[in-house]
Design a protein around this ligand. Sequence first.
Ligand code: ZN
Length: 232
Amino acid sequence: MNELLGRVFNFEKQVFANESALYNSLASEGQSPKALMISCADSRIVPEHIVQARPGDLFVCRNAGNIVPPHATQNGGVTSTVEYAVMVLGVRDIIVCGHSDCGAMKALSTEADLTSMPNVAAWLRHSRAAQQVCRQSYTDDLSDAEKLRNMALENVVAQLAHLRTHPSVASGIATGDIALHGWYVDIHAGQVLGLDGETGRFLPMREDQPMPIALPHARRLAGEGQYAIAAE
Ligand code: ZN
């Protein structure tokens, strides 16, 4: 721990000194991050590391299980962070990032007894839809590792659906200003998979292929369809 704390001095003397121009401009002009990433709190998943972000690049919200509570159920940290990122910072891309070997997903996948952790149990109820998809929609002959992986992938899908219940996000999606991304980081392989919204499947990110996107930027105003209301 002392080693970790000691690095603060190194930040002041070297890291900050080397980046002082960038920090000065961010301090005087404010931030304009390129995306909001909602990821797990797991220490092995470092959002800034994955996208090689510099200070100012990425607005990040981390919690156990990369969960986004549905808008109506909870006024909390994630809800406020999403609202601020969209309404004030004008973020155009929101990424929900799950990962392999996730402790929260393992608890759901194995239906672990969480009576000694009532807050964790309450938090993970936001992943019940994903849990039920895994329970009822996949075959029974899967290994524990496969079940855990499916749980993490379905959880990303479920949390993206919750994101769409947030009024600021729903409005941005309707006008084509916001795109949604679902990612899964395989810690063992060092690989990032992206959810392809058209097929509902996760695909590896390939440099020579278009990035898989859960919900691309596109105008979706229900009232702009072909159907015309007859004049009164
Ligand atoms: Zn995790």
